[in-house]
Design a protein around this ligand. Sequence first.
Ligand SMILES: [Zn+2]
Length: 142
Amino acid sequence: MLTCKKSYRDIPFAHRQHLHDGHCALIHGHNWTITLTFACQETDANGFVVDFGKLSYLKDWITAHLDHACLFNEDDPAREPLLATHGALFKAYVLPNCSCEGLAQHLYEVFNPMVRQASNERAWITSVEIEEDSKNSAQFSN
Ligand SMILES: [Zn+2]
């Protein structure tokens, strides 16, 4: 199996962990890095796992859904009342869990089918690493 990686850096968005007993329960932001590891058994005609120049659909998805967004856990009880009264202040993105770990798993589930489709099932994603600023990270691998 061959692999390659691409990173999308310095993407600003916010989140909160409503069950946390500390400051992570407050809405706060980070500059995030998303690193995708792509894999294949057979390269394309250029010898590439994926063509880095043809991944704009991933960048476009990140820009549309995460850039300057506020991520909410789907079971966050404050989400609906907050968005009902102040929705114009948020580009909300809801997912099962917006921790680093939860985001890594979620983005795997979103991006892997996109990569498989774009490559006619020749390539796929094996890992998504999420970095919060420059200090904390988590990874989902399959
Ligand atoms: Zn955080």
